[in-house]
Design a protein around this ligand. Structure first.
Ligand code: NAD
Length: 306
């Protein structure tokens, strides 16, 4: 039987609708407008495309989204000063540094410059470290990892006790997803580019999360029948037939895997839109925390859960 395709766009639309109601309430009752700034260095096409999706969704829910663009050749000092200035701006509640940065910039140093209270993508070393410790309470969790868990929950997938395999060990996706699955009581195996017999490992997964950046890496015969497969990969593959010159492919061979899996996320329209929704939810959470601390909101104001 063919897999149930998880419609990430529909799930994201429902989240955005809820967020729009929250933002409207904050504005009308307290005059608080949540603000998110995207910091972009250089002209990386895929991060520009992520930023456009974020800007569209933010506008839809009423979050003030602005972009701070720096030239590719901007000095590290200039970039760090830009981030420090945004940290100090009370109108801005969340900051996202678009990745990848040009290779000569020290990514960890840049991410560490974002104040943890505004680190809505959860990539500050403090937040990453807290996520990696058993009972640590990070202020924010990376939005892609949150999106994976949200899609599993919305699809009624039981994580507790499941055998989960994560392909990819990056700080931005693979590791945080693994930590969240482990917190959900799954038994987690992490695979990476040096894993031997990848298929032998992925075939054991009840839940398979793939974030490798390798189009079509996971073939049908690498998946256990009935498994839940979450494809995080977004790869621009050249395509002369397409008007834009490329098409987007996931890390999973969709045609093959949909015949084997029980659930599968498509690319595009799977994890991507939910990631954006999670980033905006984190921004709203940041605005509520900062608004409460500044006395603009009641100290017990809570974000309604989706
Ligand atoms: P990355 O390059 O930082 O990490 C890739 C990981 O995959 C590494 O740990 C590497 O060891 C592993 N890997 C690479 N080739 C492999 C192979 N052949 N077998 C097993 N493991 C292999 O990438 P990333 O930032 O983690 O992103 C991964 C993918 O997810 C990319 O396609 C990216 O565009 C996409 N992404 C999507 C979203 C979203 O919202 N859907 C967000 C972030 C990243």
């Amino acid at each position: 039987m063919a897999a149930v395709i998880i419609d990430g766009q529909e799930i994201a639309n429902a989240i955005l609708k809820g967020l729009a109601g929250e933002v409207a309430n904050l504005k009308s009752r307290y005059g608080l407008v949540p603000g998110l700034v995207s910091v972009q260095v250089g002209e990386d096409l895929s991060s520009q495309s992520y930023a456009r999706s974020e800007a569209r969704a933010a506008t839809e829910v009423g979050i003030k989204y602005s972009t701070k663009s720096l030239a590719e050749e901007a000095s590290p000092e200039k970039l760090l000063k830009t981030i420090r200035d945004i940290n100090a701006n009370p109108q801005v509640h969340g900051i996202i540094v678009q990745l990848p940065l040009p290779y000569w910039l020290d990514r960890d140093k840049v991410l560490a410059a974002v104040t943890p209270q505004k680190d809505v993508d959860g990539l500050h070393p403090l937040n990453r470290g807290l996520l990696a410790t058993k009972d640590g309470e990070p202020l924010f969790i990376p939005s892609t990892a949150q999106a994976v868990m949200f899609l599993l929950a919305k699809s009624g997938v039981q994580v507790d006790g499941a055998r989960a395999v994560v392909v990819g060990r990056s700080n931005t996706v693979g590791l945080p997803v693994s930590h969240l699955l482990m917190r959900g009581n799954a038994t987690v195996t992490i695979c990476h580019s040096r894993t031997r017999d990848l298929g032998g490992v992925t075939r054991q997964a009840d839940i398979l999360v793939v974030a490798a950046g390798q189009p079509g890496l996971i073939r049908g015969d690498m998946v256990k029948p009935g498994a839940v497969v979450i494809d995080v990969g977004i790869n621009q593959v050249p395509d002369r037939q397409s008007k834009i010159g490329y098409r987007l492919l996931g890390d999973v061979n969709f045609a093959e895997v949909k015949e084997v899996a029980g659930f599968l996320t498509p690319v595009p329209g799977g994890v991507g839109p939910v990631t954006v929704a999670m980033l905006l939810e984190n921004t709203l959470l940041a605005a509520i925390r900062q608004g409460s601390a500044a006395g603009i909101l009641p100290s017990d104001y809570q974000l309604r859960a989706n």
